[in-house]
Structures are given as C-alpha cells and as structure tokens.
Design a protein. Structure first.
Length: 224
C-alpha cells in the first residue's frame, strides 16, 4: 500500500475494508471509553488530531461515539498521502471531522494545538527518524493526551490474522499488507527502548501496543 504504483482499485477496496479490520482488532471503542470520554466528561467538548488517518474511519468513529454520548469532539484527520485523502473526502461527511492533506510537522509550524493526538497503525511504517519526529510533533501538538496505537509483532498474531482475515484479502491489499505490517511492527520491549522518557508503553489488548504521553502543563497555542 505504501508504494506509489500500487493498483488503485485494490487500494480503494483496502481503504473501504479498513473499518471492519479496525472495529475487530484495533480497540478504539475501548480506548474511547477509557481515555477520551473521561476528558469529554470534564468539559463536554474536546479537539482531537488523527495523524496518518488513512480512510478516516477511526476519526469518524470517535466523533460519532462522542456525539452519541452527548459530547462534541472536533476531529482533524491528516494524511500526507493524496490517495488516502481523496478516498476519505469522497465519503459522506461528518460536520465534526475535517480532513487535511498534511504532515504533522505542518500543523506544528502553524502553531496548532489539540486536546488529544492519536494515530492508528502508522508507527511500523516509519523509519527511526520519522518515528522520533511523529512523537516529537505529538508532544508539541497535544495539550492533554497523545495515544499512538500500533500492532504488536508475534508469530501468533501473524497466523491468526492470516487465518481469520483471508476473506477480506480477495481483491484488496488487506491480508498482504496486514501480514507485512505485523512483521514490521514492534514488540513492547522494542518500543520501550525506542521512546523518549516522556512516553510510556502499554498493552492495548492482545495484539496491540499503545504509546501514551500525558501532557504536563497547559498550552497557549492556537487551538484547532
């Protein structure tokens, strides 16, 4: 999927099937209840940045869950890939979700700030320099909490994904990309050795790790 010459039809089908994969595996409903909703309870409103938002399904889900609970969550979903941005913006819109074709560094340069910064399944796509840059940008962009959810590498996860998700692989990159992503992802010990002191690593269900940063202090930047 990262290759610029990948088949556009297969890529579009992959984006369309991401909501199924994330709903079954990524645990964002649980994370919303445990991490994000408590912040909304305090004020009734929050802003959230989704870095590397892909098809935008996580961004839309978070905005919808907040709305169902009677809160307002304004989500900015950014992705530097024109293909992902085009797919997301051609779907039915949500008034609380804004899509941008951008890197996180561009938002830092604009002086923007968000209560919460998240990402889903992007860390294993990054080299060491990009990994460090995303965490640095997240610290600058968040005023309360940053959460980076990513796959946890294991042989068991590889076999179970191949066994359970092969039907979604027909006509898409879901299985091919998913298996490659599991191979490229980190163990908890590897993440612990790679992150700065301000971050912690937590297990997020049986197949994921979560990088967590709690912002200390208040921000005076332009809130998005």
């Amino acid at each position: 999927m990262d290759r610029p010459d990948c088949d556009p039809l297969l890529l579009s089908r992959t984006y369309a099937r991401f909501p199924v994969v994330n709903r079954l595996l990524s645990g964002w409903r649980r994370t919303y209840k445990r991490r994000i909703r408590p912040l909304l309870v305090e004020t009734g409103h929050a802003s959230l940045l989704d870095i590397g938002s892909g098809s935008g399904d996580v961004a839309r889900s978070l905005a919808r869950w907040a709305r169902q609970d009677g809160f307002t969550l304004d989500v900015t979903a950014v992705d530097p890939d024109q293909r992902a941005h085009a797919f997301a913006t051609h779907l039915p819109g949500d008034e609380r979700v804004t899509y941008r074709l951008a890197h996180s560094s561009e938002l830092v340069a604009e002086g923007l700030a968000f209560d919460v910064v998240i990402s889903n399944h992007i860390l294993h796509h990054l080299d060491a320099r990009q990994f460090a840059a995303v965490l640095h940008d997240s610290e600058l962009l968040c005023t309360r909490l940053a959460l980076h959810n990513d796959l946890q590498r294991s042989n068991v996860a590889y076999v179970l994904f191949l066994t359970g998700f092969w039907p979604l692989g027909w006509g898409s990159y879901i299985v091919r990309d998913g298996l490659l992503s599991i191979k490229r992802s980190y163990t908890m010990a590897e993440l612990q050795s790679a992150i700065p002191p301000a971050w912690t690593v937590e297990s997020n269900g049986p197949w994921h790790n979560m990088l967590v940063h709690q912002h200390q202090g208040s921000g005076n930047r332009n809130r998005a």
